[in-house]
Design a protein around this ligand. Sequence first.
Ligand SMILES: Cc1cc2nc3c(=O)[nH]c(=O)nc-3n(C[C@H](O)[C@H](O)[C@H](O)COP(=O)(O)O)c2cc1C
Length: 321
Amino acid sequence: MIGQGNSGASPMLALAPMQDVTDLAYMRTLTRIHCLPDFWVTPYFRSTRTTCAMSEGPLRCIMENPAGIPVWAQLAGSTATPLLRDAEALMQLPVAGINLNVGCPSPLVNRHGAGAGLLRKLPLLREIALALRAQLPPGAWSVKCRIGWERAEEFPRVLDALCDSHPDMLMVHARTRKQLYAGEPCMAAVRLAVRRGSCPVFANGDISSMEEARIWLNTVEPAGLMIGRGLVRNPYLLRELRGGSAPTAEEMQEYYAVLLEETGHHLERYTPSGHCNRMKKYLAFCYQDFSADAEYKLRRCTNPTEMGRLLQLARGGPNAS
Ligand SMILES: Cc1cc2nc3c(=O)[nH]c(=O)nc-3n(C[C@H](O)[C@H](O)[C@H](O)COP(=O)(O)O)c2cc1C
């Protein structure tokens, strides 16, 4: 077990939502290999004036939830009324609560003022946050945000806008919208949110090893860590963070094999090449652990049996030699 948060308790561990990646196949895989986060946040449901796109992927994580862990439904939108309507509908399902997406950098989503787009309209963000708080039961309101649109210096005002609504949890991807998914995460910003002390804060952004986790926990002292790409690459990091061992090569191979099998079971319409293409959505975060030759072959592979064989031979994983 590493790190002690502000409360002295060990840090909570959450999987960061990732569209088309943290789906039911992935959830079933983590369940089967016994590496589960403390709770799940779905990728976002897009909330607009006319409709809430109830995408099947996130919906299945809520309805089928093989892990039995709490699942938060994430909403992305830019107007209070539809968000309230969709939060109410989602709260009829077996969810732990509603998580507002204030971080998605997609130009399409941002053009409509949703996701990170809300960071440019802080009075509106405050209004939406207060409205959701008023509607949701205690314990069921959380936010995942970035630290600003362009500069980390924006974050204190973002925090003001959000904290007035007393979220029950705040997950902070420690980057601005401008940084997208690269560039140095800003620990000082997350530390600011932790210091404010208004709710448990989760640190997110490029935590993919015990060493990085340690630095975050010691420097920032968050209530928890939220990890995305690092867990797709190595889900056993959760076990290590809880005081267990690093994965063996055999365990990594089992992970790839189970993921390949579950991916095949959960395709809408099965084709061998569709199966491989779906699998490549996860492998995108694993290639760094394979040889250049294995990566080359995996990227071109269209036959699931061959892909399974390549994955067993590749001996991937962060500790592979
Ligand atoms: C492919 C992909 C899809 C993502 N989808 C979502 C999403 O639906 N909702 C969300 O809040 N964040 C989403 N994110 C952002 C992640 O949750 C996370 O904040 C980001 O990847 C940084 O964490 P990491 O370095 O641990 O991956 C996505 C990221 C990626 C790479």
